[in-house]
Design a protein around this ligand. Structure first.
Ligand SMILES: Nc1ncnc2c1ncn2[C@@H]1O[C@H](COP(=O)(O)OP(=O)(O)OP(=O)(O)O)[C@@H](O)[C@H]1O
Length: 342
């Protein structure tokens, strides 16, 4: 359904020397630098698959999705969605895809939700009977009845997102791109949204590409994840595989009494533990990663307490969050095996 081969996107960014001199100089001699946002990525997503597309901020997720939807033209490589090259056939591509892009809305801001749906019915030329049947189903699952008469601008974030999802699936598209569909929502709404996506997939065989920083979304919806780091795919495989590959990894976060600027790993554990990159936000935090095949968590804690004044600690178990956090943190490109791309 989605075939991507050696896909690249380079952005040309205007560069300027600092200060007023730089600003004036840039008027006459514009200098550019190239940002390689997506580098030779490959993916093959079959009809009906639900795939999580994840990566740290700035990894290249949105750029990829914009190329898949036809908004952006690739610098090089190939993209085909349902046999169509999206950026060459934007209109044809649009008729069989749906999308939810985080904060942006495809509903009309000032008119009641029901009227937005009516407009989408005309835009996508949805037969009346199908439209009525689909809308009824969505209203039931997403509890939309009380919202249909309200203009979008008066809806809360969670209410708006439920309405957005219904709009994205209304014309029964073959592929739906969901960019952060549960961001900022309460648990009950998240649960309802995840159930809706799964129901759409089961009932209509919709292919779903989901971008999210919420690993719970991924665990509940997707069978497969693709991880992108600095524009390159560093993992493509099942969630089960990544868990068994990295399931012995543990991370312990230590909150030290003193600032951790001059933190040095105690020598007795330095061979078997690793300090994860420190965050500027918390100068007292040190996170240690290790494999429980080499050392037990109790031993790591005991050693740390002998060397430092530990105010608090949290043990992160082998949940997908921990594994992904570590993959992002260490850029484990060499250690992660790429799945064969067909
Ligand atoms: N229009 C643009 N012009 C120049 N650089 C851009 C543009 N859009 C994105 N970039 C850069 O390309 C890289 C990838 O950005 P992209 O938005 O694809 O990342 P992302 O994985 O979606 O991140 P996030 O999780 O923060 O949304 C970043 O370094 C970003 O600064």
């Amino acid at each position: 359904m989605i075939v991507v081969k050696n896909l690249e996107k380079h952005y040309k960014i205007a560069k300027r020397d600092p200060g007023l001199r730089g600003a004036i100089k840039s008027l006459f001699h514009r200098k550019f630098e190239t940002k390689k946002a997506v580098k030779k990525i490959n993916m093959h997503i079959k009809a009906g698959e639900m795939v999580g597309y994840i990566g740290a901020n700035g990894a290249g997720k949105s750029t990829t999705i914009k190329m898949l939807t036809g908004i952006l033209t690739p610098t090089s490589g190939e993209v085909k969605v349902n046999g169509i090259i999206p950026y060459e056939n934007r209109q044809q591509n649009a008729s069989h895809i749906g999308a939810v892009f985080g904060q942006r809305t495809q509903l009309f801001w000032d008119i009641p939700v029901r009227e937005s749906y009516e407009l989408l019915k005309h835009i996508y030329e949805i037969p009346q009977a199908q439209y009525e049947e689909t809308l009824k189903e969505f209203v039931d699952v997403l509890h939309l009845e009380p919202l249909l008469g309200i203009p979008v601008r008066q809806l809360s974030l969670g209410q708006k997102m439920r309405c957005e999802l219904a709009a994205a699936f209304l014309h029964r598209p073959k592929v739906v791109y969901l960019d952060e569909p549960t961001i900022g929502l309460d648990v009950a709404v998240k649960v309802r949204i995840r159930a809706f996506i799964k129901q759409m997939n089961a009932r209509y065989g919709t292919t779903v590409l989901l971008t999210t920083h919420d690993m719970q979304d991924i665990e509940e919806i997707c069978q497969r994840i693709i991880i992108i780091d600095d524009g390159s795919v560093i993992y493509d495989g099942s969630i089960q595989d990544i868990k068994s590959q990295f399931g012995d990894k543990r991370v312990i976060h230590f909150e030290l009494e003193d600032a951790a600027d001059s933190f040095v790993l105690p020598e007795t554990i330095s061979e078997v533990t690793e300090v994860l990159p420190r965050s500027d936000e918390d100068p007292h935090l040190v996170s240690l990663s290790f494999s429980n095949k080499n050392i037990s968590g109790a031993e790591v804690i005991h050693t740390m307490m002998n060397h430092y004044s530990v105010a608090d600690l949290t043990i992160a178990d082998a949940k997908i969050e921990t594994i992904v956090e570590e993959i992002y943190g260490r850029g484990m490109k060499k250690e992660v095996q790429h799945e064969e791309i067909h």
